[in-house]
Ligand binder design. Structure first.
Ligand code: R5P
Length: 273
């Protein structure tokens, strides 16, 4: 592997543990001002010191992340759809590799929609990006997107999508955690990180997801809503860091969360309010 590509990858997946806590803040590219990400700077800034990398679009990077921060950036470069459309798979590449280099990011990320009407288009987008990434020493992360079809997230489908991404030549794959997740990891010869998905019912559910994922072979998480939609986002990311980098148990992560929370309003309180 080329030195530049390897160096960028090491900024994202920390060599000390071989793991990564990526903070996903790229939802606006098709969801608009997502709940609690309405003002990206306000959401992102307090979390930056605890993220191994932060995933954003170039628009949010330029407007809402101060260049003085040295947290590595994972640049979302696919898009072209909105949540108003039934089919979210019709994506193209929205940011050039040249721009990614100019922005000094550590990797670029693109969604693939395997099994959809735009499967071929999104896979060829990925291949183009990997070819350019090789030229510039830029790692590429594929995201095995399912659009609105959340029920697709089983081991059989995710194994297929992750393996295809790896065969095209990406350096990292982001997918969902699922039952039999170790089979997904086994069939994918590049590192996998898991998304958090829509907000879960409790903090312990989130810690359990992260714990299971790393135990079954993920190198970490690329998590958004379950961190910044919580009333205590800093406590959440610190607890997730404990799971990912220190192999903390769910109980230990809960302890980290409780020690760091500033608001006493829990997810359960909010649900029962
Ligand atoms: C979708 O907008 C992106 O791929 C997100 O980065 C991904 O879904 C991870 O965020 P969350 O943990 O909120 O699902």
């Amino acid at each position: 592997m080329d030195w530049g590509l390897k160096n960028r990858l090491s900024r994202m997946i920390k060599p000390a543990t071989g793991r990564s806590v990526m903070l996903a803040c790229d939802h606006g590219y098709f969801m608009g001002p997502t709940h609690r990400l309405e003002n990206p700077r306000k959401t992102i800034e307090p979390l930056l010191p605890y993220a191994d990398t932060v995933a954003v679009t170039r628009g949010v990077l330029r407007t809402s992340v101060d260049p003085k921060w040295d947290t590595p950036i994972l640049l979302r470069v696919s898009g072209g759809t909105s949540v108003l459309h039934e089919d979210l798979s019709d994506e193209g590449i929205i940011t050039s590799m040249r721009e990614a280099v100019r922005l000094n990011v550590c990797a670029v990320a693109l969604s693939i929609f395997v099994g959809t009407a735009h499967e071929r288009q999104t896979l060829l987008n990925l291949a183009k990006l990997v070819n350019e990434g090789e030229d510039y020493g830029m790692p590429v992360m594929a995201i095995t997107a399912v659009g609105k079809e959340l029920e697709k997230r089983d081991a059989r489908y995710l194994s297929l999508a992750c393996r295809i991404a790896a065969e095209i030549g990406v350096q990292v794959v982001k997918t969902y955690y699922c039952e039999d997740f170790s089979k997904v990891v086994e069939g994918c010869p590049v590192p996998i990180v898991v998304a958090g998905g829509p907000k879960l019912n409790s903090e312990t559910d989130v810690f359990q997801l992260a714990y299971n994922a790393v135990r079954e072979g993920a190198v970490g998480v690329d998590m958004g809503r379950n961190i910044w939609q919580n009333d205590n986002p800093v406590a959440m990311i610190k607890a997730i860091r404990a799971v990912v980098h220190e192999n903390a148990s769910v109980r230990e992560a809960t302890q980290v969360f409780n020690e760091n929370k500033t608001s006493t309003r829990t997810v359960e309180d909010a649900i029962h309010a």
